[in-house]
Design a protein around this ligand. Structure first.
Ligand SMILES: C[S@@+](CC[C@H](N)C(=O)[O-])C[C@H]1O[C@@H](n2cnc3c(N)ncnc32)[C@H](O)[C@@H]1O
Length: 365
């Protein structure tokens, strides 16, 4: 059987998938037939379970066979096609404009801070004069993200709040919270996104911020934005244990039989039972700030966003980060059997990210 895999970034490669075993013809014969039928070009290379393979040594026991054809980016260098990740260097708006509609499953990202970091490039987001311009630039990038993710796709945005440094740039008096996550969320909703959930990242080991006149900050938000009101959400991939002992309840405690927290109910019985794999993840996530040893200073721990990846992209699906940095999203994607596409303005970060992702793959093999 041969299928064209729909969620493949066509600017990166074309992928075709065959499911072995082939019963009465050799793998090579099968390939030849399929290649002609599907119009796979002769330069396509076979990969078995992600590895370039030799026709003469393909086990017939089964596996995942892909035909990969490097086709290159518009006017650019051919892209790496023999790894489960691709890293693009450039302004995310420019790079995204070269991707096909609906070509990735989800996006998990953290935008550059406003007014805090200066990496030097003119196209860098975060160095705008005013907060309004910063939000506007982010909305533009996320509009492209919306086009590029599948119709039922989700974009997760990790973003912390900051204090105003001046009335002129922030529009609020110095020392006031700028309410960045909320401003961004409102602007995105106005631009057509569905705001599905506000998640809180609670950082128990956050360094004190030196505050003497207010409680110290130890949270960021993780905005869950979806392209449509019917979003893909694999609830079973993000179940967590019940906090109190699961209690058998009376059926009348629940309004429907397929309540997400209920694992089973016996027909005719008045009792319903808690789901054996636990309850749906809640929207406060307690995750330590990680220690990343590389040069990037604004990374989040990959564990933080693993639930986002698992519930928003199927296995082998494609996860995008339009502000990739050290590719923490990529680490989480690969560790969870998904592919990764990262974009960052700076080549140095992408080089660092590539080393990191190759290390992850080495650890996985
Ligand atoms: C907060 S960091 C992301 C860190 C990443 N989440 C991680 O954990 O490794 C934001 C990144 O956005 C990048 N950036 C800033 N402006 C950009 C632009 N216009 N296009 C693409 N990347 C940009 C910066 O270079 C920086 O690496």
């Amino acid at each position: 059987m041969i299928m064209k895999t729909p969620n493949v970034l066509s600017v990166t490669y074309w992928m075709y998938e065959a499911v072995l075993p082939c019963y009465d013809i050799s793998v090579k014969e099968c390939y030849e037939g399929c290649r002609q039928m599907m119009g796979i070009p002769p330069e396509a290379q076979p990969y078995l379970n992600g590895h370039l393979c030799d026709w003469n040594h393909i086990p017939l026991s089964g596996g995942r066979l892909e035909f990969v054809v490097p086709c290159g980016r518009k006017g650019g260098e051919p892209l790496p096609h023999n790894t489960p990740f691709s890293l693009f260097t450039g302004d995310s708006l420019d790079v995204l404009s070269q991707f096909d509609d609906g070509s990735v499953d989800c996006c998990v990202t953290s935008p550059p801070y406003f007014n805090l970091r200066r990496y030097g490039n003119l196209q860098e987001i975060g160095k705008e004069e005013t907060l309004a311009e910063y939000i506007q630039n982010l909305v533009r990038v996320f509009r492209e993200v919306k086009r590029v993710i599948r119709d039922d796709g989700t974009c997760w945005i990790v973003i912390g709040d900051q204090y105003s440094r001046s009335l002129k740039s922030a529009g609020v008096l110095k020392g006031n919270l700028m309410q960045l996550p909320d401003r961004l969320a409102m602007a995105l909703v106005a631009d057509g996104w569905n705001y599905r959930q506000e998640n809180i990242w609670d950082k128990p080991n956050r360094h004190p911020d030196g505050a003497r006149c207010r409680p110290s900050s130890c949270t960021e938000k993780i905005l869950m934005m979806t392209k449509s009101s019917k979003n893909y959400y694999d609830i079973d991939s993000v179940r967590v244990p019940y906090v109190t002992n699961p209690r058998v309840k009376k059926r009348s405690d629940y309004s429907t039989y397929d309540h997400p927290e209920i694992g089973s109910n016996s027909i005719g019985s008045k009792l319903v039972y808690p789901h054996p794999d636990g309850k749906n993840i809640r929207n406060v996530w307690r995750v330590n700030v990680g220690h990343y040893a590389g040069s990037h200073k604004a990374t989040f721990p990959p564990e933080l966003i693993e639930p986002c990846i698992r519930c928003s992209a199927p296995r082998n699906g494609i996860v995008l980060d339009c502000f990739s940095g050290a590719a923490s999203t990529g680490v989480a994607a690969l560790n969870n059997g998904r592919r990764y596409v990262g974009i960052d303005l700076y080549e140095e970060y992408n080089k660092e990210a590539e080393r990191r992702l190759r290390d992850v793959l080495r650890g996985l093999i």
